[in-house]
Design a protein around this ligand. Structure first.
Ligand SMILES: C[S@@+](CC[C@H](N)C(=O)[O-])C[C@H]1O[C@@H](n2cnc3c(N)ncnc32)[C@H](O)[C@@H]1O
Length: 306
């Protein structure tokens, strides 16, 4: 317990804790590197978190048995097709998509420079930008826009603005696809509940919306310029029936807990040792209680002729 966390300000001055340091773009807590933007809500680090993000990508591809749901297959691989992945993380989705559709131009946008810079397919580029700001693209630029798992990034009241901005840079007739997760699983055991109560608290403190997967469809409907709205739901399971998938999901969840440990410890009053020891108990519980997350994919077409 007792990790001091510095204010998320780029301009902030000397820090109270010996365990915490800042430079302009990043801050370091207990040896981990975190975002350091004033508006950045995201509680996970941007260092070797990339491995966890890649693993999460493969879990999701397995759960959904696909990389995308929107009816865009016919335009992928056509020369000139442009695809944007917002909050692209380590580039897991883009890198796989680019190897499946090598003629498409892929752009990944993220606030953190955790994507490969040298060894990447020719038609892939990454842009460092904040999804909460005006996007650095002209109107009607992309044929297809994909955004996944920004529940812990976009504040509750900002979702309509973000959807507005995504739609602005989408071509008429192009598709927008958002995939979100309810970060709090169902059917939790007592020890696991402790961790997820802390997650819930962090989401509330940061003004993030745990219910976002269930609201996307209505935000799309309210937008007015999106049509053919389709919503699909799925589960990310931890239970015994799921074998290797469940085990990998548990490993991924525990890694996320470890990576967000400084923030979680602020929210649950247990010692650092208890935190680490209880992770094993939680892993067993996730399996025994057959816990699962709900995920939701919503896609729609921007009105107008393609
Ligand atoms: C949970 S990860 C999702 C990564 C990716 N979409 C995937 O599914 O593999 C969230 C990502 O959002 C990025 N992020 C956090 N705050 C952001 C912001 N304000 N603008 C853009 N990206 C942000 C993080 O750096 C991280 O890569």
């Amino acid at each position: 317990m007792g990790n001091k966390i510095s204010k998320t300000s780029k301009k902030s001055t000397p820090l109270p804790s010996t365990n915490t340091q800042e430079d302009s773009d990043f801050r370091y807590i207990e040896g981990r590197r975190y975002h350091n933007g004033e508006s950045v809500k995201y509680p996970l680090p941007n260092d070797d978190e990339v491995d966890r993000l890649h693993q999460q990508h493969f879990l999701l591809r397995y759960v959904w048995q696909r990389n995308f749901g929107a009816p865009v297959k016919h335009i992928l691989n056509q020369d000139g097709t442009k695809v944007l992945d917002v909050g692209c993380g380590a580039g897991s989705w883009i890198l796989e998509m680019a190897s499946n559709y090598p003629n498409t131009q892929f752009t990944g946008l993220d606030i953190s420079p955790i994507q490969p810079s040298e060894i990447k397919p020719k038609k892939v580029n990454f842009v460092i930008a904040n999804v909460l700001d005006k996007l650095p693209f002209e109107n009607d630029t992309f044929d297809y826009i994909f955004q996944r798992f920004l529940v812990s990034v976009i504040p509750k009241d900002s979702w309509p603005d973000v959807i507005n901005e995504l739609t602005r840079v989408l071509k008429p007739g192009g598709y927008l696809e958002l995939v979100e997760i309810n970060p709090i699983p169902f059917q939790l055991g007592p020890v696991t509940s402790l961790y997820f109560n802390a997650v819930e608290k962090i989401l509330q403190l940061r003004d993030l919306d745990q219910q976002i997967p269930y609201k996307l469809r209505s935000y799309f409907e309210q937008h007015g310029n999106l049509e053919n709205i389709t919503e699909e739901k799925n589960r990310l399971p931890y239970g015994p029936e799921t074998g290797k998938l469940g085990q990998a999901a548990i490993e991924n969840s525990n890694l996320a807990f470890s990576h967000a440990k400084p923030f979680l410890l602020e929210a649950i009053k247990i010692s650092s040792e208890e935190f680490d020891n209880n992770l094993d108990v939680s892993a067993k519980e996730l399996n025994e209680f057959d816990s699962y997350h709900e995920t939701c994919c919503v896609y729609a077409r921007k009105k107008g002729n393609y």
